[in-house]
Design a protein around this ligand. Structure first.
Ligand code: ADP
Ligand code: MG
Length: 674
């Protein structure tokens, strides 16, 4: 359970408390109740059953009714300690047997005649594991250890780590008191006080750590300086830009220019919904690098995406004198050799590619910036390799269309610089999203037919949550056959792509769709990210109830990329759970990825959002960035103010904090690797 020290045990907080001040009457006990406590007299105690089935059953009563207590183990101890005619305080999980309440293996405590029944505190209950339980370390035993420990711990053992001014301002109790009260509160108010203090501490320290990491990176990690905006950038901007940049695009380019001009290493997360126009931002960054004598590299997660980028960017830069090349796993040996040579001697300015670009043999003369498209497909280790490709670490721009809610981004990626393109290029027609039931399938199919007859292309997506799930796979095959029955060859052609296909076959099928050789793409979510087929206007999602919100939004983003009106049709069965109903209603009511991401965070929690699982930052013991947003905001503001005034935490008042942060290790150094 990751408990190695007394400190760890102290930080193993109870997951709930039992109110031992409350006594239940037997007549009030109902099957809905979980744990009950009764004050009873033992009427009888009898051994029953044989050998394995042997047990002890006590009948007990209070003034309102009777119930049974049963023991299967430690029978001789029970026989000795339970006396007929005596009064006991009995506590345990209630179950119903033949309509009668009973407690198996209750806790019992002798009640003396004039003792007031009931204890005077809330008893903590701790999580444990089955294995530990089997060894006698159940939730209550852990409580006993904690209690023992608490008796030996003094204020100096749990020293304060927050400045007094903050405690006073927010009326928070001190740390030692908080630890005592979270385990053993006298009442509900004490518990709340403890929770408030600890939640704030968690969120505040996380914010502080992130801010510190970022400012340290800015101060100590020198990046290549892109001093000037030169001819290449200006010529392209003035003569070859195919459209006006949106306000958001301009802002982001400016942010990046500011960053890279300062001699600090940029590590920026750029978020922009699908179709918001991130590619052009990447191009401008690469020109900026070239203007300053630096090479740049754009990485995409798949061969298809790399090819698409290469095509787009080569076209954009067609009239400019900037060499661009592509390097992927399928680049032929001779071409590869040439590219590698040109990279080393500095002739090649812009390299686009897949994982192939981070192989050791790929060496740059003067790599200034690395742009990573659709970040989550690249592992952390792969990204870290980039750092070894230049003596001065290159600037890093990670672009993602998976919108991360603002609160989450600022908490989990607070050590990164952060930009958002929150505006779509003008003139986009919003995608119309509708919900249809399975029973309306034939109508949906005839709608598809009219679109195909107009020359458009269609996606039909099946859930294949785990690529190995047999049932899902069969559904996909069945679905494919069904689609084929509606749309027979040779009038119609269908591509199919799924995770069980060899990569080459996948690429081949994808390519046929991209080249318009097929009108329909039947696929699993493997096509989720980045594919650009502007002629596709309908996205049909099968078994919508099986998809998460962000995933649905990503899929929808595959259409609506061209000038034609596009549609997203969410097919579902007739029986829908509340969550599925909610997801569908969100999807049909908004196209805004950030709004959707916020809802997703509320529905599923931060752990489920792509890429945040590995981030140790979000592993709070008590705080939740969803439920405790207000506290988070307060913590963030206070942390920012504090660092404004005292960037090194060197003032006397912040000494406690400084020391505490230095002691606590284990925070992941994300800033090094985006
Ligand atoms: P994404 O952010 O999803 O990578 P892209 O960069 O692929 O988006 O851009 C999507 C489409 O929008 C492309 O066809 C691109 O040419 C176009 N586009 C980008 N920016 C603008 C703009 N400011 N005005 C008009 N069209 C734009
Ligand atoms: Mg893109």
């Amino acid at each position: 359970m990751n408990i190695f020290t007394f400190g760890d045990l102290l930080e193993h907080f109870p997951f709930r408390h039992v109110d031992r001040t409350k006594i239940n009457f037997i007549k009030d006990i109902s099957p809905q109740m979980d744990f009950v406590q009764v004050a009873v007299v033992v009427v009888s105690l009898e051994a029953m059953g044989q050998r394995q089935g042997k047990r002890l059953v006590a009948e007990v009563k209070d003034k309102t009714g009777r119930m049974e207590l049963t023991w299967f183990q430690s029978l001789s101890w029970v026989e000795k300690s339970i006396e007929v005619g005596q009064s006991y305080l009995v506590y345990g999980r209630v179950s119903f047997y033949n309509g009668q309440p009973q407690i198996v293996h209750p806790e019992t405590e002798l009640l003396s005649i004039n003792q007031q029944p009931g204890k005077n505190f809330l008893e903590p209950v701790y999580s444990t594991t089955e294995k530990l339980k089997a060894r006698g370390l159940g939730g209550r035993q852990i409580g006993k250890l904690t209690q023992l420990l608490m008796g030996m711990v003094h204020e100096k053992d749990v020293p304060e780590n927050l400045p007094e001014s903050i405690l006073n301002k927010l009326k928070l109790i001190n740390r030692f008191k908080a630890y005592r009260q979270i385990h053993f509160p006298q009442n509900a108010d004490e518990f709340t006080e403890a929770v408030n203090r600890i939640k704030f501490e968690e969120l505040f320290l996380a914010q502080l750590r992130m801010n510190l990491l970022r400012s340290q990176r800015h101060r100590f990690s020198k990046g290549v300086v892109f001093e000037k905006v030169g001819d290449l950038f200006n010529t392209f901007y003035e003569k070859h830009l195919p459209f006006q940049l949106t306000g958001a695009q301009k802002r982001v380019v400016k942010e990046i220019r500011n960053d890279t001009a300062k001699g600090k290493q940029m590590n920026r997360l750029l978020q922009g919904d699908v179709g918001s126009g991130k590619t052009i931002v990447a191009v401008l960054c690469m020109l900026l690098a070239a203007d300053n004598g630096c090479q740049s590299c754009l990485m995409a997660p798949t061969e298809i995406l790399a090819q698409q980028h290469f095509k787009t960017i080569s076209e954009l830069l067609g009239k400019m004198d900037v060499p661009v090349q592509i390097l992927t796993g399928s680049t032929k040996a001779a071409a590869r050799r040439k590219i590698l040579q040109q990279l080393i001697d500095g002739q090649l300015q812009i390299l686009i590619g897949t994982h192939a670009v981070i192989e050791e043999v790929v060496k740059f003369k003067n790599l200034g910036i690395v742009i990573i498209d659709e970040q989550h497909r690249f592992g952390v280790a792969q990204r870290a390799k980039l750092w070894q490709k230049a003596t001065v670490p290159p600037h890093i721009l990670v672009m993602t269309a998976t919108p991360i809610p603002r609160t989450l981004a600022m908490t989990a990626y607070g050590d990164l610089d952060y930009s958002v393109i929150d505006e779509l290029p003008p003139g986009r027609q919003p995608i119309t999203t509708v919900h249809r039931y399975e029973s309306q399938r034939s109508k949906v199919m005839s709608f598809i037919r009219t679109e195909i007859d107009k020359g458009r292309q269609i996606y039909i997506i099946f859930p294949l949550i785990e690529e190995s799930a047999k049932l899902d796979y069969e559904n996909l095959m069945q679905g494919y056959e069904n689609v084929k029955a509606y749309f027979p060859e040779p009038k119609y052609w269908i591509s199919m792509v799924h995770g069980k296909q060899p990569a080459a076959q996948k690429e081949q099928n994808m390519k046929r769709f991209v080249d318009k050789d097929t009108q329909i793409m039947v696929s699993t979510t493997v096509i989720e990210v980045g594919v650009n087929v502007p002629n596709a206007t309908v996205m049909v999602i099968e078994s919508t109830e099986k998809f998460g919100l962000s995933q649905l939004h990503q899929l929808r983003g595959r259409v609506g990329r061209g000038a034609d009106k596009s549609y997203c049709i969410l097919l579902s069965g007739s029986k829908l759970g509340n969550d599925a109903r909610e997801r569908i209603s969100i999807m049909t009511s908004t196209n805004n990825g950030f709004e959707i991401a916020e809802k997703d965070l509320e529905l599923r929690g931060p752990g489920e959002i792509e890429g945040t699982k590995q981030s140790g930052v979000l592993n709070f013991k008590l705080a939740s960035i969803v439920q405790d947003r207000q506290v988070l905001d307060v913590a963030r503001n206070i942390a920012a103010n504090l660092l404004d005034k005292d960037p090194d935490l060197s003032s006397a008042e912040n000494l406690l904090l400084n020391n505490f942060l230095k002691q606590k290790k284990g925070s992941v150094l994300w800033s090094k690797i985006s």
